[in-house]
Every structure is written in structure tokens, then in C-alpha cells.
Write a protein that binds this ligand. Sequence first.
Ligand code: B12
Length: 247
Amino acid sequence: MTSIEEVRPYGDRLNDGAIQISFSLPIPLSAQSKEAAKQVAGKLGLEHLRLIYAQDLGNSFSFYIIYGRTSGSINLSSIHIPTVDIPQMDFWQINDLLAHELKKTVTVVGATMGADAHTVGLDAILSAKGFGGESGLERYPQFKIYNLGAQVPAEEVLREIIEQKADVALISQVVTQRQSHLQNLSYLEDLLEGEELRQDLILICGGPYIDTEVALEVGFDAGFGPGTTPSQVASFVVNELLRRRRA
Ligand code: B12
């Protein structure tokens, strides 16, 4: 594969700039609304517009899918993203390291915090059935899991961390409306700092709009986004335990 410095989306042929966008408008479907939708796409800088799908959603809302082309391109060398680079280990390596080298059972408190009711992402990491063909952390003999479920207040997460003497807190934030995820995560981090517990805890967040940059911004150790598997999280935990032991 050749390495590309300057990237541009493509559809039919390389570098044609083809993009598909979809969005809703708060007006009923009509000839006028379709033209408005195309003009929205135009204002985004897209050209050669084609409205390929439009649907009335009822209650005076409508939905559109538009094809267009952008002349923009991105220079990859201008992008610098903080990432947490850690060696990936599998189920057996992780448990073996914990049992024989670290001689430790890792206690994990997990929760989806605040008003957020989404549990599937957190369960994908914690519950025995797991995700992406992998078992969840409940299946790891060296992990002890307390899954508090959804809509858990930060104060309750803190209480459980203290009560269970947790080594790791796994916090899911799926809803990001009005930046609620940032507020919830920062608030928990503040509470932990206040109790002087932050330093000894591995604090991890996750969700479809979470990445390392977001996590570091709110004082967490790592953030995991879409497609994360349980062993990726467990690998981070074990590497972090090893790093802290060496420090
Ligand atoms: C299922 C679902 C629901 C279900 C949730 C059921 C449940 N028990 O979880 C119900 C119907 C309850 C629901 C409600 C709402 N939902 Co909803 N929902 C979804 C949906 C369709 C799928 C989410 C999901 O299960 N994904 C599958 C899991 C496996 O993926 P994941 O969450 O990304 O998790 C992975 C990673 O992110 C990561 N991860 C996640 N958490 C964690 C935590 C840690 C510690 C780690 C390490 C990793 C990790 O690992 C996981 C595995 O790889 C999404 C849209 C979508 N297609 O994603 C909308 C979506 C998340 N919902 C959304 C919204 C807006 C809502 C509502 C506000 C709608 C409303 N107006 O009422 C309510 C909110 C209710 C509330 N109080 O929270 C929005 C969120 C937008 C935003 N940015 O804030 C989405 C994106 C839909 C959309 N496009 O608008 N929802």
C-alpha cells in the first residue's frame, strides 16, 4: 500500500471528493424543503449536489440524504492526536501476568453516570458475554467486577469505589448532549481528588464520542471509543499497573 500525505474522500474514483450526508429539518417534506436541504449542503461547501433520498418524518419534520463533492483535502502531517499506545495482550496473557507477576486481583467498579441510560456499551466490556468475539471482564479470573448499571450519580460511584477498594473505575458516557459527558466525568474526577483517591485509581471512560483526548481533558487516564473490546481495556489496566509499580 502506498502512503498518502494529503487525503480526500472518494466514492467512484480516487480523490473525487465524494461525500454522503444525512440530516433532518424541522419542516414538513415539500419541494421547498428539498431545495432548502440542498442549500444546507451547499453552505457546507459541497458541490455537484444530488438529493438521493427524502422522507417526511411526521410532526412537521423531514429527513434527507444528499450526495456531494468537496474540493477540500487534509494534510495528515498537520494532525497530532494524543493516543495511549500500549502493547495488546490476550485473555491468557492478561490473567497470567496478573496472577504470577503482579500477584493481584483487580477490583473494577463500572457505571454509566448521570442521566445517561445507555448500558450496552459498558456491558460489552464488563459482562461475561463480552463483545467482538471476546469474553467480557467478568470472565477474567483475575478481575472482580461491580457493575452498577446506568443513571448512577457520581456520589454513588465514589461510595462504591471506596467500599469495594476499587483499583479501576470504568465510566461510560454515551449521551454528549449539552456536553453532559464532560461535566459528569470532570465532576467525578473532582470528587476523587477531594477524597485523595484519584492518584491510586485507574480512571477510564468510554463511549461512542470518547477518545483519549477527551479523557485527558477531564483528568482521566484513558478513553475508549467505538469498537473497543474487553481485552483492549484489560491490556491498558495491566500495563498501567506495571507502569505504576515501576514508577
Ligand atoms: C440502544 C440506544 C438507546 C437505548 C439504550 C438501551 C440501553 N439499555 O443501553 C434507549 C432506547 C434507552 C436510548 C435512549 C436514548 N438515546 Co440512545 N441510542 C441507542 C443506539 C441506537 C445504540 C447504542 C448502543 O447500544 N450501541 C452499541 C454499543 C456496543 O456501542 P457503544 O455504546 O458505542 O459502546 C462501545 C464503545 O463506545 C465503548 N464503550 C462504551 N462505553 C464504555 C465504557 C468504558 C469504560 C469503556 C472502556 C468503553 C466503552 O465500548 C463499547 C464496545 O465497543 C444509539 C445510536 C447508535 N447507533 O449508536 C443511540 C444514541 C446513543 N442515543 C441517543 C439519544 C439522543 C438518546 C435519547 C436522549 C433519545 C431521547 N430523545 O429520548 C435517550 C437517552 C436516554 C437517557 N436518559 O440516556 C443519541 C446520543 C447522541 C449524543 N451524542 O448525545 C444516539 C447516538 C442516537 C442518535 N444518533 O441520536 N438509546
